[in-house]
Write a protein that binds this ligand. Structure first.
Ligand code: XIL
Length: 323
């Protein structure tokens, strides 16, 4: 019975995917898979600051609009990623000269311009991405340097001001294996609640490998869910080649382990996160060839649900079976 179902039909919560706009527009097998299987879309790159804010006060909405329009036409939830991330800072911003007020206005204006542009079309945003180091301290980014240690809170206030209906997420990686970082994220959320700073959800990226501990991941979900916020597994992929070996060989045994790991993540999510806090699970790309892990690393791997020809892998079966 489950054989004829798609992921979005079988899932009791939204099942999302990170979408590359160029592939969406040019590859019909890619587009078909996205459309069939997933109920929520995240912009892989199209809504990042370096793509949108191409020059001072100059926005290029082409890619972002194409994706958001597609989401609307296909009735999918659109999750915006991401307004503030130290990696996606445009070159001209990196060399920007200005006092702290000019920097504050630059970031405030960016957050509010983008949120207003997509008001009513994007349901939720990763407002700030990866603001913490593994030791729980604030990451020494260009934003921290120019805006000071309370900048994260102000980003959420600015976002809420621009659209009081949009859901605001904080997103970060390795929370399951970096307890000090996880504690810092939780402490920030609790502080926001005390101070009345708007925040609706936590995104756990989950770029993991077949060697990650299931119980640690489950405990982390449990801990984050104790905040009462929405919990989004926001960027799931499961590497086989954990050590990034250049001449690595993908074997059937490893693909079976991956199947088990996808199932374990779904089971952990269903058991640790109360239903009303289940914002969903988003997979970070469609086919194994599309994964940034494979493309940026130039090392063999197969981290996703679909193979290079968009055929369902054992990983798909693992996820589906646990939904
Ligand atoms: C990655 C994209 O997948 C790549 O295409 C891009 O070159 C760099 O960014 N954590 C995040 C995502 O929050 O934005 C990153 O996406 C992957 C890691």
């Amino acid at each position: 019975e489950q054989d004829r179902m798609t992921l979005q039909q079988a899932a009791p919560f939204p099942i999302g995917v990170a979408v590359d706009v160029k592939l969406l527009m040019t590859d019909s097998a890619y587009r078909h898979t996205v459309n069939q299987e997933f109920s929520s879309l995240t912009s892989e790159n199209a809504l990042k600051m370096n793509r949108l804010l191409v020059a001072p006060n100059q926005y290029n909405w082409t890619g972002g609009d194409a994706l958001v329009d597609f989401a609307r036409q296909t009735n999918k939830r659109m999750h915006g990623h991401t307004l503030v991330w130290h990696v996606a800072v445009p070159n001209w911003v990196q060399t920007f000269q200005g006092d702290s007020l000019a920097w504050e206005n630059l970031l405030k204006s960016h957050i509010q311009t983008v949120i207003r542009h997509y008001k009513g079309r994007v349901k939720s945003w990763d407002v700030v991405n990866e603001a913490f180091e593994a030791d729980g301290s604030l990451r020494k980014t260009i934003w921290l340097e120019h805006l000071g240690s309370d900048y994260v809170a102000r980003c959420y206030q600015y976002a809420h001001e621009a659209d009081p209906d949009v859901l605001l997420f904080y997103n970060d990686f390795s929370l399951d294996i970096k307890p000090l970082k996880a504690a810092a994220v939780k402490a920030m959320v609790m502080e926001f609640k005390r101070r009345g700073i708007p925040i609706n959800g936590i995104g756990l990226q989950a770029h993991i490998s077949i060697y990650n501990s299931d119980s640690k991941f489950r405990d982390c979900l449990d801990d984050m869910a104790s905040t009462g916020l929405q919990i989004h597994i926001s960027e799931l992929d499961i590497r086989l080649n954990a050590k990034k070996i250049k001449d690595f060989i993908v074997s059937d045994v490893l693909l079976q382990q991956q199947q088990q790991k996808y199932a374990a993540i779904v089971r952990a999510y269903k058991s640790a996160v109360p239903k009303k806090q289940q914002y969903g699970i988003t997979i970070w790309s469609v086919g194994d060839n599309d994964s940034y892990l494979v493309n940026d690393c130039k090392c063999p791997d197969a981290p996703l649900l679909f193979d290079t020809g968009y055929k369902k892998k054992l990983a798909y079966k693992g996820l589906m079976g646990a939904l």
